[in-house]
Structures are given as structure tokens and as C-alpha cells.
Design a protein around this ligand. Structure first.
Ligand code: H79
Length: 420
């Protein structure tokens, strides 16, 4: 895998992790909610009346906002509409099985009650509550696994963190001291005060050395052996690989991997980003990813009031409705044998092949090339009566006669039960 591929070398999976049963829940889960929430939700892409281009959580960097100025945002952060039960319930209704939220993004502001700094939501804001505590309790109650995003390399607030060269002299930074005396104590807090944590989602490894990455992996596993570490801990040491932001690999990969992705074009809330992907696009991206062996970590960027934007809610609920009917063809499946076709994707579980049809053929005659299956029963997954469709096996293809018109223009799932 080259650096030009969908997965950077630095964000890859440790080879031993590929068969590790600790990943089994994650391999079956397929779909998670990413939450980017922090002080950047206040400017929401606009600084001093000026539209700042790019992703919203990067505003401090893009506008070169001095630490002393950016810090002041904390005094206004009062997300009184934040409701952990509602966020977790949305994830559940969307069919998402895990939730990963920013505990500290590159701007350095901590969204949890850290003892290592006062630059956190409990000590520095009028809100004074710890949203990660509330989310941990709700995730337990509603059966969603919880993960924490943590920016381990970049910290534009800490004098020794990576990335801020407008306040601090890069050549004078003690990066290792920052890792030892700031990052590790915070990772320890996150893994000892919030119950079972399923993932620590490190990001942008940049200058981190193999020894430093390994020591973070070891710390996470020492504190919570079942907790997974994202590939972006760096140096090919993660429990699973991370594709580039919003990138879906062209082919099936023999790795455990995940695509983190946005619904519009930003992670952190931006008031002027209305470039929303359609429900159809999102459903097909999920199916495409799952058919290639990956997971889809789909982001929402709540406002400074603590509200998940309505267009995101609408799209997630549409995905949830589709999954309510078609979840058997997603959760717990593995990539199917037919790869590389435009009009369809395949997923499998023992005895069943799920054919996901994106482009329904005129006259409903489905021809699946390159497989030989002894089909015992073919039916539409959306059909509660499981009425048999006519299916025939040929040397080079399976033919299925479906209805004339596409039953579901987003993705019609045809189940082929077969004898192994
Ligand atoms: O957390 C989200 C992003 O903030 C983070 N990863 C996802 C999950 C991320 N960090 N870095 N990047 C993504 C790469 C970002 C590059 C850019 Fe820029 C930031 C392009 C535009 C803004 C820096 C500033 C490089 C060019 C301008």
C-alpha cells in the first residue's frame, strides 16, 4: 500500500490485529456515528465577519487565531440544548452501533473534566457539565459502544503540541514532554473515568515516532485491554486501518478498515455549509464500504447550543429506515464474492448471499456473473412473505427474475439462499 492509496502507510493496521477476536464486535457493527463538537462550533466557519474556507474545526489554524483570543470562546460556550439521551437515541435509530466523540481536537480544548488542565468544558465554560460523562451513561443505557477521538500530535493550544507556529516557536517545542506529561495523563483519565471505552480514535500522526505510537497503544491496552486503537495512532500500529477522510477504497481490502466521513463538507459545525449528501448517496456509500470489508464512521457536527443540525438528523433517520428493512444484509456480514461491478454490490453470511442492486435492469432480469451457486431460495429482503423469485444457475452466472420495476431505488436487496 503506497501513501497515494486509500490508506496511508502511517494509518495502517498492525498485522497481528487482523485475526484478533477483540475486533469481532467492530467487524460486525459496520456503521458508527462520529461527533465533532468543540469551541469551533461557536464561530461556525466565520471569524470577525469573514468566511474562513475549509473544514470548520480548523478555523483556529486557517485564520491563525492567537491562543489568547481563541481561548475566550470558552466563556461563551453554553450548550444548554445538549441532550445526551437524544444524541444516543439518534445513533440508535440511524442503525449506528458505536459513537465516537471528540474529547480533544487539534484546537486543544478538552470536552471533558480534565485534571491536567483548566482548558476544559467543566473548568472554563459557563456550562460546567461534562458531556462525555453524560454520553457514557446514555451509551450504557441504550446499548451503543462509546469511543473517544483524541488528537495526540496536534495541539494548537499547548506550547509543546504540534501545529501552532503562530504563537509558538516550533524549534523550541518539547514534543516528547507534551506526550509524556499531558497526552498520556489525559488518555489515562479518558480510560479510567468513563467506564468501558471501545475505541480511542487518534488522528493525524504527523511527527510521532514508532516508539511514541507504540507507547500510546500499550497504555490504552494496559488500562482497557478490549479498547481498540485507530490506525491514526501512526506508524502502522493501530488495531484497525483508517482510510483517508471521506475516501472509499476502489477495491476489497484484506484488512480491518474504516472510512471516517462527513454528511456535508465539514466535521465541526459550519453555519454556511449546506452541501448535504443525499440519503441515497449515503446508503450506497455504506453498502459500498461494507461490500469491501470496511466500516462507515459518519459524522455529525452539533451547534454551539448542542443541537445536531436537522439535515443530518433527516439523513440519518432515512438510513435507519433503510437499515430497519435491510439490516440483515449489512450487520455481521462479510464482503461478497462479486466485486467490481457498477450496478451492484454483494455481502455474505453463511448460506446467504445478499445482492445489493443500485441500478435495476429493465425488465427485472438480474444476471450475476462469475459465480456458481446452488440457489435454494431467492427473494427480496423487503418482502415479508419471502415470495420466491425464479433463479437459475448457469456455468458462468446466476440469473434471477425480479419484478419489472426497482422495489427500492436506493438499493434493492435480493437474498440468494444456497447450499454450501
Ligand atoms: O477530525 C477531522 C479533521 O479535522 C481531521 N481528521 C478528520 C477526522 C483532519 N486533520 N487534518 N486533516 C484532517 C487534514 C486537513 C487538511 C486541511 Fe488544510 C485542513 C486542508 C484544509 C484545512 C491545512 C490547512 C492544510 C491545508 C490548509
Amino acid at each position: 500500500m503506497t501513501d497515494q492509496g486509500p490508506i496511508r502507510q502511517s494509518s495502517g493496521q498492525r498485522p497481528e490485529a487482523r485475526r484478533d477476536p477483540r475486533l469481532n464486535w467492530w467487524r460486525d457493527a459496520k456503521f458508527g456515528m462520529f461527533v465533532h463538537w468543540g469551541l469551533y462550533a461557536i464561530p461556525a466557519g466565520v471569524w470577525k465577519g469573514e468566511e474562513i474556507p475549509g473544514i470548520g474545526e480548523w478555523i483556529m489554524y486557517r485564520a491563525r487565531i492567537p491562543v489568547r483570543e481563541y481561548e475566550q470562546l470558552a466563556k461563551q460556550f453554553n450548550p444548554v440544548k445538549f441532550d445526551a439521551a437524544e444524541w444516543v437515541s439518534l445513533a440508535r435509530r440511524a442503525g449506528q452501533k458505536y459513537l465516537v466523540i471528540t474529547s480533544k481536537h487539534h484546537d486543544g480544548f478538552c470536552m471533558f473534566d480534565s485534571k491536567v488542565t483548566d482548558y476544559d468544558i467543566v473548568d472554563a465554560t459557563p456550562f460546567g457539565r461534562d458531556p462525555l460523562k453524560e454520553l457514557a451513561a446514555e451509551c450504557q443505557r441504550q446499548g451503543i459502544r462509546l469511543g473517544f477521538y483524541y488528537s495526540q500530535t496536534q495541539d494548537w493550544h499547548h506550547p509543546d503540541g504540534d501545529g501552532n507556529d503562530w504563537d509558538y516557536d516550533e524549534s523550541k517545542k518539547d514534543f516528547d514532554g507534551y506526550l509524556e506529561r499531558y497526552v498520556k495523563p489525559q488518555v489515562r483519565e479518558l480510560l479510567t473515568s468513563y467506564g468501558p471505552i471501545s475505541i480511542i480514535w487518534f488522528d493525524t500522526p504527523k511527527r510521532i515516532t514508532p516508539e511514541q505510537s507504540q507507547s500510546l497503544v500499550d497504555l490504552v491496552h494496559e488500562l482497557q485491554p478490549a479498547c481498540l486503537v485507530s490506525g491514526r495512532v501512526g506508524n502502522h500500529l493501530g488495531d484497525y486501518a483508517s482510510a483517508r477522510d471521506n475516501v472509499i477504497p476502489a477495491e476489497l481490502l484484506d484488512l480491518d478498515w474504516e472510512t471516517p466521513a462527513t454528511i456535508n463538507d465539514t466535521w465541526g459545525y459550519k453555519v454556511n455549509d449546506h452541501h448535504w449528501k443525499s440519503p441515497r448517496d449515503l446508503i450506497r456509500k455504506l453498502v459500498d464500504i461494507v461490500s469491501k470489508g470496511g466500516n462507515y464512521l459518519l459524522n455529525v457536527g452539533p451547534t454551539a447550543e448542542g443541537v445536531i443540525p436537522a439535515p443530518s438528523v433527516d439523513r440519518l433517520l432515512a438510513m435507519g429506515q433503510w437499515l430497519e428493512v435491510n439490516g440483515d444484509a449489512i450487520y455481521g456480514t462479510r464482503p461478497g464474492p462479486v466485486q467490481g461491478l457498477q450496478w451492484c454490490r454483494t455481502t455474505v453470511r453463511p448460506g446467504k448471499l445478499y445482492l445489493h442492486v443500485f441500478e435495476w435492469p429493465i425488465n427485472g432480469e438480474l444476471r450475476i456473473p462469475g459465480i456458481r451457486l446452488n440457489v435454494s431460495h431467492a427473494y427480496l429482503l423487503s418482502d415479508p412473505s419471502r415470495t420466491s423469485l425464479r433463479a437459475s444457475t448457469h456455468p458462468d452466472a446466476v440469473l434471477v427474475r425480479g419484478p419489472q420495476r426497482a422495489p427500492d431505488p436506493d438499493d434493492t436487496v435480493v437474498v440468494l439462499e444456497y447450499e454450501e
